[in-house]
Design a protein around this ligand. Structure first.
Ligand code: ATP
Ligand code: MG
Length: 396
């Protein structure tokens, strides 16, 4: 928040005398001395005026949510979300009829949690109208206002409650908030897959997500929304071994108890990409195929068949189940990271050059040579593969 770029944004926004404040994640994380990712700024100026102030200062601005009063300012690589102080006059799900205001306290009142409603001016002066700092210190994620009311305005707040609990909470979680989440859990199914996936994958980045997923399960949060995520012990297991740069999709796979069809459906429901969907499904299909005592030759063969991504995913999952074998698993994973896929040194043209007519027979013959080549640990070069090919074609 003290960077040169941020200073330029603040200077632009305050050029005509407006008072602006940082708010949300950047203030919360700065207070905890955690690294700050993106910066949110609140201003009493309406969005059209914000756009004009940025234009005058020569800063790129994108009207990302003019109706909601949000303008994004860009000084590469940083993005700044600048939001006009607002009151949500009526809320229907994520769509709120917004009224802009100059009242900081009512702006705080429409935010989700007290720890997200702490403000800080460019001089470092804190404004904390809902007692967010005390909650941050105690590790309590507390709704601003009445939990039930706030949840009914936007059911995503249930998932945000658990996400922020994972990152900032110490258990036990706030009992009023938890009760309201429990009572409203059925309505989670009304949320779009993208919003659910966004929150869940961010939750899974936390090393507390295993414990928090258990808490969600105990409170019936997952019953309607994601009943597949039953393997919380396996999730805890993978969290214990997958640092320091965890992969939330792999953690999702660890918690997933569905079969192949169920996993496909889960991925569709969460609107995951095709690549992500195939990755989740491969983990189910090939569960148990990567074993800790696999030798180098077996490893190469598995890598060739499964690809490095699936091999790594499966290795992590097995490792989670056998944490005592850390050294062997690390060796497998290092090997996978360095592995590059060998290419069969012959192709369809070589088969047809021997008189096999274009058609399925070409592919079948190639596959037979490939199987022999794999069995020989990928050692045969082009010459040797051609000899084998001639033999196979001669036999017919
Ligand atoms: P992070 O960026 O680390 O996820 P953040 O708190 O900055 O945390 P954002 O999603 O960037 O989260 O939102 C910025 C602020 O906007 C939040 O701190 C909160 O005050 C408010 N906010 C965001 N989403 C909601 C919501 N669904 N309901 C109420 N307030 C919200
Ligand atoms: Mg943010």
């Amino acid at each position: 928040m003290t960077s040169h770029e941020t200073g330029a944004i603040v200077a632009a926004l305050t050029a005509k005398g407006a008072v602006v404040r940082f708010v949300g994640g950047c203030v919360r994380d700065a207070l905890l001395e955690r690294s700050v990712k993106d910066i949110d700024i609140a201003t009493p100026d309406p969005p059209e005026r914000v756009l004009e102030l940025l234009r005058v200062a020569g800063i790129k601005a994108i009207p990302t949510g003019i109706d909601h009063g949000t303008v994004t300012a860009v000084i590469p690589p940083a993005h700044y979300e600048i939001t006009t102080l607002r009151v949500d006059a009526e809320t229907y799900g994520r769509h709120a009829r917004v009224e802009f205001s100059s009242d900081w306290e009512s702006d705080a009142a429409r935010r989700d949690f007290t720890i997200n409603a702490i403000y800080c001016d460019p001089q470092g002066e804190i404004f904390d109208p809902t007692g967010g700092i005390a909650d941050l210190e105690r590790g309590i994620v507390r709704f601003v206002g009445t939990p039930d009311t706030r949840i009914k305005e936007d059911y995503l707040r249930i998932l945000r409650f658990f996400r922020f609990t994972a990152f900032y909470g110490t258990q036990p979680a706030d009992s009023d908030g938890l009760a309201a989440c429990r009572e409203n859990a059925e309505a989670l199914t009304s949320l779009s897959g993208e919003r659910v996936a966004g929150e869940m994958l961010r939750l899974l980045e936390s090393d507390n997500s295993g414990a928090v997923l258990k808490l969600m399960e105990q409170n019936g949060i997952l019953d309607h929304l994601l009943p597949e995520l039953k393997r919380t012990d396996r999730l805890c297991g993978i969290i214990a071994v997958d640092g320091p740069d965890p992969d939330p999709l792999r953690r999702l796979a660890a918690a997933n108890s569905a079969d192949e069809d169920g996993t496909h459906a889960l991925a569709q429901r969460l609107r995951l990409s095709k690549v992500e969907r195939e990755r989740l499904t491969a983990i189910v299909t090939h569960e148990g195929e990567v074993a800790v005592d696999t030798d180098a030759r077996g490893r190469r063969r598995l890598l060739y068949r499964l690809g490095a991504q699936a091999f790594e995913d499966l290795a992590f999952l097995e490792w989670a189940a056998n944490p005592s074998e850390a050294r062997s698993w690390r060796r497998h994973l290092r090997f996978a990271a360095r592995w590059s896929r060998p290419a069969l040194p012959i192709g369809g043209a070589d088969v047809m050059a021997l008189g096999v007519p274009r058609g399925p027979e070409v592919g079948n013959t190639l596959e037979a040579v490939e199987a022999w080549w794999i069995k020989g640990d990928f050692k045969a070069d082009r010459e040797k593969c051609l000899v084998k090919l001639r033999q196979l074609v001669a036999i017919g």
